[in-house]
Ligand binder design. Structure first.
Ligand SMILES: [Zn+2]
Length: 507
């Protein structure tokens, strides 16, 4: 007897539709799985046997051969338990004669026949859909995630027993349609953020940089003596990050589904990842035996915070070059290449010298010029070149009157409003208005263009730095909701420009 069942496997965060063929032959009792199954799938045999017996069906005493097709693709995941079990049952009198051509199955089985939730359900549904299967049986506990994917009919089940009974009577129960979008809208909850920017006193320049960087997703480096508040400022970033769009949430949920191997439901917030400096290159960019995504992909659409970047392993930091430029990382597995998205904003901190007090008003630094250069040299030029903004901080003078920082809610709303303005500005309608300058395709007035030309003529800025300067100035103008980049925006941007600030260390 023979059956063919549709299911899917993941490849990176993509899903690929596959088929499971089952043949029950006369012969010695045996259960053989072929078609490059991983160890987890080989263990499926025991779960499948036990789950089938638990619903009162006699497990076949004959020789069962199951083939995962296409055979040359390595397959991972316990979610194949359910289609393997259905494939066997379709060869028995329980489900014999039923057609499953238009149905897809995904789900892990417990020994008692319960259908368990799985971690990467979104990728798998997409894999089935791309293979032309839009009617999908899946674990009941994964139904919330499935609501984010359009044009599929979901049949959520929590036990094999109930599912088999409904398949036999051809009366599968659909997901209730009207509930679909109730779960999608997600509101920011202020009380979920532990720390607020109003707890940061002084450091107005750094806070301003954070606001600009957040709007323009500029990579940012904070340099200052120990205890000046660099980490305190960075750790409060989650409280001002804009909300995720639906597509960003889907993409992140797929990445986390692959990365953690545990069910987390839909990702709600933009990620803020803060790995320890002992992290390996693989931990940071991804890879290893299973080619899992690294921190840079877990920080996709969010922030990667590297506290004391000079302390990280050199090869780990250097491996950020390519992803910082391309927004993705290419890894290879079994001769095939695999890609994870990694469009993160880099925020890093470092001390200005070995003792930490160079350029500080405290005057405590006794470091030699060469040792300062060596210290800063830990950050290579190619990496520095990918960091648009740098802020030099100093310890706050506690004897003077300090202004309280603006609240996170206040900064968040400004960034949100500026983001709306930016979207409007870059829309087709606005782009066709007025004069654009060749500098990064942005709107600059005549005075701004002249200032930039003067910087260039004096040899103060390279062409690359000019492009960055205009990018930062663009974000500053957006915060003011100004279509034109004016000279005040250029002047302020110049104070944050990495190439400019770093000159203080390399004279
Ligand atoms: Zn020093």
């Amino acid at each position: 007897m023979y059956s063919k069942i549709n299911t899917a496997v993941s490849w990176g965060i993509e899903g690929l539709g596959i088929k499971i063929e089952t043949h029950i032959l006369r012969g010695m009792p045996n259960h053989i799985l072929v078609g490059l199954p991983s160890t987890v799938i080989k263990e499926s045999k025991e779960r499948v046997r036990s789950a089938i017996k638990s619903i009162g069906v006699k497990f076949s005493d004959d020789r069962i051969v199951q083939n995962l097709y296409p055979a040359d693709l390595k397959k991972e995941g316990s979610h194949l338990d359910l289609p393997l079990a259905i494939g066997i049952l379709a060869c028995t009198e329980v489900l014999n004669g039923k057609s499953f051509d238009k149905l897809g199955f995904i789900g892990e089985l417990a020994l008692n026949g319960d259908i368990q939730p799985i971690s990467n359900v979104l990728s798998l549904i997409e894999g089935l859909v791309s293979a032309g299967i839009s009617h999908i049986v899946m674990p009941y506990d994964n139904r919330v995630e499935s609501r984010f994917i359009n044009n599929v009919t979901i049949y959520p089940y929590s036990t094999l027993q109930e599912l088999v009974a409904d398949l036999a009577s051809e009366s599968l129960k659909k997901e209730v349609e009207q509930e679909k979008y109730d779960f999608i809208e997600f509101k920011r909850n202020e009380s979920e953020f532990e720390n607020d920017y109003n707890e940061v006193y002084g450091q107005g320049h750094a806070l301003r940089a954070m606001e600009i960087a957040m709007l323009g997703r500029h990579n940012l480096l904070l340099i200052g003596p120990p205890g000046c508040g660099k980490s305190m400022i960075a750790e409060r970033i989650p409280s001002i990050m804009p909300p995720l769009s639906i597509n960003e949430r889907i993409e992140l949920t797929k990445i986390y589904g692959v990365a953690d191997g545990e069910t987390k439901g839909m990702i709600k917030y933009r990620p803020f990842r803060s790995p320890h400096h002992s992290i390996s290159k693989i931990g940071l960019v991804g890879g290893g035996m299973k080619v899992l995504p690294g921190e840079i992909s877990k920080a996709h659409n969010g922030v990667l915070f590297l506290d004391e970047i000079g302390e990280f392993k050199k090869d780990a930091i250097e491996s950020l070059r390519e992803p910082l430029s391309s927004g993705k990382v290419q890894l290879s597995r079994g001769g095939r290449s695999l890609e994870y998205p990694s469009q993160f904003m880099l925020v890093a901190t470092m001390n200005p010298c070995p003792c930490g007090h160079f350029l500080s008003k405290s005057g405590l630094c006794n470091c030699k010029v060469q040792s300062i250069k060596n210290y800063m040299g830990k950050l290579s030029w190619p990496i520095l070149d990918r960091i648009d903004m740098t802020v030099l901080m100093d310890a706050v003078d506690l004897s003077s009157e300090l202004s309280e920082g603006k609240s996170s809610q206040f900064i968040f709303q400004r960034v949100e409003a500026a983001g709306d303005f930016k979207r409007e500005r870059t829309s087709e309608k606005m782009r066709n208005q007025g004069q654009q300058c060749e500098l990064g395709g942005e709107f600059l007035n005549q005075t701004s263009i002249e200032i930039i030309k003067r910087y260039e003529q004096k040899g103060k800025l390279s062409m690359r730095s000019v492009v960055k300067l205009v990018k930062i100035a663009r974000s500053i103008a957006d915060l003011e909701q100004s279509l034109i980049i004016e000279k005040k925006h250029i002047f302020e941007a110049y104070t944050f420009l990495s190439a400019q600030v770093m000159k203080k260390f390399f004279i």
